[in-house]
Ligand binder design. Structure first.
Ligand SMILES: C[S@@+](CC[C@H](N)C(=O)[O-])C[C@H]1O[C@@H](n2cnc3c(N)ncnc32)[C@H](O)[C@@H]1O
Length: 270
């Protein structure tokens, strides 16, 4: 298999990656045949997967605009992925030109492509780091160059926590990040769940198995388990809801039924 110029030498391009599969679902071009095969296998069980991803991206952009309207101009987006159409820095800087965005991902392709996309943008940067080690993120010089932790920050954990297993204690990581944030900060979160998927659970499990087989398990949490990530935050209306129902720009009835899979919400620290 030929290695394109954008693929860092360090990566094994014979193993599918969740960020490149996600790029494929969203119609991006930073993916390999192994990623497309795995994504198509998952779509055999859940043909509406791209609709879920689109609803997720739309939620993320609405939440970014909501944060800017609430006076927040600093964004920490962990699990930011391979940049595609309508990224956080574009939505944030369109609403507030002085907005600052620190992207974080542990996937080398996401990091390399983010570096290329962000070249010349003084208000945004990318850090290669792991959500499971929050201290490394919070203490990194890259972050401290862009983000003033004494002022409110919107922390984005959008479609990432379902890749962190309970054994790695995602609740402790989220709590450590919350403790580092100034009052008035926001948590913007979306998470996969069996709730809302317009399929019998056995079929949805087929898609979950694809992720298990590529050794990147997808952890489907219940609404209550997802709500626990917001401990220490006051939920912003309308609370933790299916993505199209979070402050929609258009009537949610127009949405594909798959878009109602999983949950999204925003919380604010007092
Ligand atoms: C489904 S994508 C979501 C991208 C973007 N947040 C969005 O919602 O459009 C999940 C991203 O999380 C990243 N990721 C998964 N586990 C991570 C971890 N422990 N630390 C940092 N990034 C992680 C993956 O590499 C991938 O790019």
């Amino acid at each position: 298999m030929e290695r394109p110029a954008w693929a860092p030498r360090s990566i094994d391009i014979s193993v599918p990656s969740v960020s490149r599969m996600y790029d494929y679902y969203l119609g991006g071009s930073h993916n390999f045949e192994v990623d497309r095969q795995a994504a198509r296998r998952a779509m055999e069980f859940m043909p509406g997967l791209p609709k879920i991803m689109q609803a997720n991206r739309a939620f993320m952009r609405r939440a970014v605009r909501f944060a800017v309207a609430g006076g927040i101009t600093q964004f920490l987006d962990i699990g930011s992925g391979i940049p595609t159409f309508g990224n956080v820095h574009e939505a944030a800087q369109a609403a507030a030109p002085d907005a600052r965005v620190m992207y974080v991902d542990h996937d080398p392709v996401a990091v390399a492509h983010s570096q290329a996309v962000l070249e010349g943008n003084d208000g945004a940067g990318i850090l290669a780091a792991d959500l499971r080690k929050p201290r490394e993120i919070l203490d990194s010089p890259e972050l401290l160059r862009l983000i003033d932790l004494n002022r409110p920050v919107a922390l984005l954990l959008v479609a990432i926590l379902h890749f962190v297993e309970d054994a790695d204690d995602p609740y402790a990581a989220v709590a450590e990040l919350r403790e580092a944030l100034a009052p008035g900060s926001m948590l913007v979160l979306s998470h996969a769940s069996y709730d809302g998927i317009p399929l019998p659970p056995e079929r949805a499990e087929g898609a979950v198995d694809v992720y298990r087989n590529i050794r990147n398990p997808l952890i489907m949490r219940t609404r209550d388990e997802i709500a626990r990530f917001f401990e220490g935050y006051d939920m912003v209306e309308p609370g933790l809801v299916p993505m199209p129902q979070w402050r929609p720009d258009t009537a949610p009835e127009d949405e594909d039924p798959y878009a109602f899979s999983g949950f999204a919400g925003v919380g604010r620290t007092a």
